[in-house]
Design a protein around this ligand. Structure first.
Ligand code: IVH
Length: 674
């Protein structure tokens, strides 16, 4: 054998040996070799890599803290989106969830679930190519995350190469999981940091997030980060045989050397989900890491595919959250905030209080009826509840501790931001400022929405900078953002040459966007992300959307008279059309949706009824639209096809009466594939 081949073989063998002993030490807590023996293997590898740099692979165990600090974070698109989870707060919610599933998976009597503690950590995506780690990313907006490979590689329990002695490996796989810090490690790390005068964190989750958001990998390497794998993203399976269930996936991960939560279990029905939840709730305090609930996933992967997803959460999983945590504090002040569309919300400012590891300093109060119901006043002592990521809420006032001099909160007479007139529309419990974008607060809130993650996603342009830009008169509408130059930005506090260039770069990068994001970013009332996607799919390009009529809008499934009214109101205002055109002239280019025109469904009018076994209804609709069909909500003489699933409604009868062609699920799916 050639000398160089022998060297390569030894290098690969050293990887395997080191990875194996490192796994035993870091993941199993059961060292299989003396420290000095391990050091000898490691040194041998370092020496070979120094002598033969061509055998220094990016996934070598020597490369855990290999890279120099980065200049900035790079965005990476996930191969499959990273979804979030719907929440359940009680047994009823769980039973509803189970029922929804039973309704869709016709013929099943009970559902088997994989039960897993819901770690309160940071979601990460690990991409392995031919078994070697290629990239690690944050969740980001679910579609695009940030490259944190340099930091994730420092986590000793994450294998740089999957162990695959027994099984084939997929060509490419996205492994999803949670990076976290254990409670004790967090405490000692915070104490150490405080002693050294360094930054401390409010809770383990923030500490984990702070460690991963570092450009210099030596910081993450110094933090006690851990990882549990819990899901699968994209997979290009090659010869690898896919697991059949979520629990098999977890077993497989374990066999590959990835840490998985030992408390995960499989149950055979919803009743046992309750028992599992009880069990984990009782163990919660004693667990070494923080959890905020339990995740239940339909175990059978085929069933998961059938169930599909709604918006950004799968139908096949749910997070049952632990009850909220409660704390007591003092209301320093009650002020009024103006929202994006003028709603006035009372906000209570507190003496900061630590509730379940999170410092809470304010809570918004729904509206004035809620102030009256609680009878909360400035100076009151209140009980505040915090549940997961939900905004904290005042639950009650300790009237006994109230000062005699305290007075009731009065609603403002005029807008706290622009002093404009306030109205209380009929049937609404909310006061509104009617000044629209001439009100500075609404201007700022609209801009914040415009640049937010799920809208144009302009990185580095947060609330503080927007406030500054508006205050300095540099920006007064969306289009002004694209007219900013470096000198403008350098006028703002805290900006240097590099950070100004970065901000301009991200503003520029946001110009290439999707039609759905663009429509959503405009902040039209009642047009959330799902509606924006619907509008985009139906109008295909911005020009068509700008001339939408009431008839067009009402024909779109899921768009009712209220949303339609707000959309038409928006489109009828000259200044809004000018704003959109200005944005387009400044280079913002929402990508047209390409709809096929040579498909049997192209330009056909189609109505869907009933539920489907092999495709989620929302997905069926999206796919029909993509091949050029117009999916409408009611059957009329103009309807070309009715796609009828199980338990069809009255639409089937109407279509039959009108002699409209009826397609069963299978036929429709077959035609879609053509
Ligand atoms: S599954 C499609 N399993 O909870 C399902 N998530 O909003 C995606 N999380 O960001 C998540 N423990 O990072 C799943 N055992 C577990 C989890 C878990 C924690 C996090 C996850 C996600 C969030 C859900």
């Amino acid at each position: 054998m050639k000398e160089s081949l022998k060297i390569k073989e030894r290098v690969i063998e050293l990887h395997k040996l080191i990875n194996f002993h490192s796994y035993n030490y870091h993941s199993l807590d059961s060292p299989s070799i003396e420290d000095h023996e391990y050091d000898a293997l490691f040194n041998e590898l370092l020496n070979l890599e120094a002598e033969y740099p061509r055998y220094k692979y990016s996934y070598s165990p020597s490369q855990r803290v290999g890279s120099e600090p980065l200049e900035g974070f790079v965005k990476v698109e996930h191969l499959a989106p990273m979804l979030s989870l719907d929440n359940a707060f009680n047994s009823d919610d769980m039973h509803d969830f189970n029922k929804r599933i039973l309704d869709r998976l016709t013929g099943k009597e009970a559902i088997s679930y994989s039960c897993e503690p819901k770690l309160d950590g940071i979601a990460v995506n690990l991409l392995y190519k031919n078994g070697h780690i290629e990239k690690a990313t944050t969740r980001g907006d679910g579609k695009v995350g940030e490259d944190i490979t340099h930091n994730v590689k420092t986590i000793n329990s994450i294998p740089l190469s999957l162990m695959n002695d027994e099984s084939e490996l997929p060509n490419l796989i996205e492994i999803r999981g949670e990076v976290f810090i254990e409670k004790d490690d967090f405490d000692s790390n915070n104490k150490k940091a405080a002693k050294l005068g360094q930054k401390t964190f409010a809770n383990p989750r923030n500490a984990a997030a702070g460690s991963l958001r570092q450009l210099d990998p030596t910081v993450a390497a110094s933090r006690p980060l851990k990882f549990f794998a819990h899901g699968i993203g994209f997979i290009d399976k090659g010869n690898f045989e896919l697991p059949k269930s979520q629990s098999d996936t977890l077993k497989l991960y374990k066999a590959w050397g990835l840490p998985t939560n030992p408390l995960s279990d499989v149950v055979s029905n919803i009743k046992e989900c309750e028992d599992y939840f009880e069990k984990v709730s009782n163990q919660r305090q004693k667990l070494p890491y923080e959890i905020d609930g339990v995740v239940f996933k339909v175990n059978d992967l085929k069933d998961q595919i059938t169930l599909g997803q709604v918006s950004r959460a799968p139908r096949w999983a749910i997070a049952r959250k632990f009850p909220a945590e409660v704390g007591t504090t003092f209301v320093k002040k009650i002020s009024f905030q103006v929202g994006r569309v003028g709603s006035i919300t009372p906000v209570a400012e507190f003496e900061p209080v630590n509730i379940g590891g999170v410092i809470v300093s304010h809570a918004s109060i729904h509206n004035f009826d809620e102030i009256e119901r609680l009878d909360v006043r400035e100076g009151d002592t209140v009980r505040v509840k915090r549940a997961g990521d939900v905004i904290p809420q005042i639950i009650s006032v300790d009237i006994g501790k109230r000062k005699k001099t305290s007075t009731e909160v009065q609603p403002p007479d005029s807008c706290p931001s622009c002093d404009g007139k306030l109205i209380k529309p009929d049937g609404e419990a909310i006061l509104r400022c009617t000044a629209g974008l001439s009100c500075p607060a609404q201007k700022c809130e609209s801009l914040i929405h415009f640049v937010s993650r799920n809208a144009l996603n302009i990185d580095g342009l947060g609330e503080r900078i927007i406030d500054l830009l508006v205050e300095r008169g540099l920006v007064s509408n969306f289009a002004d953002l694209f007219k900013l130059n470096k000198d403008d930005i350098l006028k703002l506090d805290g900006f240097r040459d590099k950070s100004a260039t970065n901000l301009l770069d991200s503003i520029n990068a946001a110009k290439d966007t999707t039609l759905a994001r663009f429509i959503y970013s405009l902040g039209i009332r009642e047009v959330g992300e799902a509606t924006a996607l619907n509008l985009a799919l139906n109008f295909n390009n911005i020009a068509a959307f700008l001339v939408a009529t009431e008839e067009d809008l009402l024909e779109i499934n899921d768009i009712g008279p209220v949303a339609s009214k707000f959309i038409l109101e928006f489109l009828s205002k000259k200044e809004n059309i000018k704003l959109v055109n200005d944005l387009l002239h400044l280079g913002v280019s929402p990508e047209d949706i390409k709809i096929e025109d040579n498909h049997p469904f192209s330009s056909k009018s189609i109505v869907i009824t009933g539920s489907f076994t092999n495709i989620a209804r929302s997905q069926l609709k999206e796919e029909l639209i993509r091949v050029g069909a117009r999916v409408t909500s009611s059957v009329s003489a103009k309807t070309d096809f009715l796609v009828s699933g199980e338990k069809p409604g009255s639409k089937l009868k109407k279509a039959t009466d009108l002699g409209i062609k009826i397609l069963e699920e299978e036929e429709a799916l077959k035609l879609l594939q053509d």
